[in-house]
Design a protein around this ligand. Sequence first.
Ligand SMILES: [Zn+2]
Length: 61
Amino acid sequence: MSNIIYCPICKNTTNLDNSNLFRPFCSERCRLIDLGKWVDEKYSITDKPALDDEQTYPEVH
Ligand SMILES: [Zn+2]
């Protein structure tokens, strides 16, 4: 039985069984790259509401 998949980061083949601690990625490096992308998105989302608040304030006279 083989559970061969393609790593979503580097597109290399990797296996999806329990011995692969980094599944669905091929290695820790690819897992961290994906994690880094996620953290980046989170930061830009939390940054935006603060800017929007400042822009609506001057309109209240
Ligand atoms: Zn990879």
